[in-house]
Design a protein around this ligand. Structure first.
Ligand code: AMP
Length: 204
């Protein structure tokens, strides 16, 4: 099963991707995670990507297309994969079409008023776990004991640019995949579990 998760920043793509990946045993491929890993490792790619990410802008298409093209060639992607945060532009979607066929595109629908609160209260762990300060007030990850941190681009100013970028460059992907007949919309304004239950119903 080859899946794409679409949605605005703060729609819950990362949270749903973790759950889908565990439920269906397919690798979770997040271009955002791959770019952040390069920044942490201090690679040339990371240094290049960092300035775009910190301004809330998109990294150039060819950079992320190369990351995905390399990743989906790996053995563990033979039986499927889940793309989170890719594609984010029409040219990225067209490049992906040339690489492989996608089965289902899940679009997480979220009201923009909810997004700022979700993102500004988000705390991350290096192990991949994500928390929200409204439901978890500790500074240590419950899963691995790692120290939680806030993403540099999760501040109100950068979130505003990210939402503008989403509206201009990524929202047209909804129609792109609707026209191909593979898009499903899922309400992501409620809880993580309710959204996940709706996704499982669709993937049955
Ligand atoms: P994410 O973790 O998906 O929220 O991505 C964080 C940031 O990484 C984005 O705001 C972009 O700057 C960059 N990024 C991630 N995926 C892509 C992509 N497919 N195309 C361009 N930039 C991306």
């Amino acid at each position: 099963m080859k899946l794409i998760l679409l949605g605005a920043p703060g729609a819950g793509k990362g949270s749903q991707a973790t759950k889908i990946s565990a439920e269906y045993g397919i690798p979770h491929i997040s271009t955002g995670d791959a770019l952040r890993a390069n920044i942490t490792a201090g690679t040339e790619l990371g240094k290049f990507a960092q300035s775009f990410i910190e301004k809330g802008q998109l990294v150039p298409d060819e950079v992320v297309v190369n990351i995905v093209a390399d990743r989906i060639k790996k053995e563990d992607c033979k039986k499927g994969f889940l793309l989170d945060g890719f594609p984010r532009t029409i040219p990225q979607a067209e490049a992906l079409d040339k690489l492989t066929a996608i089965d289902v595109v899940i679009n997480l629908d979220v009201d923009f008023e909810l997004v700022i609160g979700r993102i500004s209260g988000r705390r991350m762990c290096a192990c991949g776990e994500t928390y929200h300060i409204s439901t978890y007030d500790k500074e240590i990850c419950a899963k691995c004991g790692g120290k939680l941190y806030q993403r540099k681009d999760d501040n109100a100013e950068t979130v505003k640019s990210r939402l503008e970028v989403y509206t201009k460059q990524s929202a047209p992907l909804v129609d792109y995949y609707k026209d191909k007949g593979i898009l499903v919309n899922v309400d992501s304004n409620t809880t993580i579990q309710a959204t996940f239950d709706a996704i499982k119903e669709i993937l049955k």
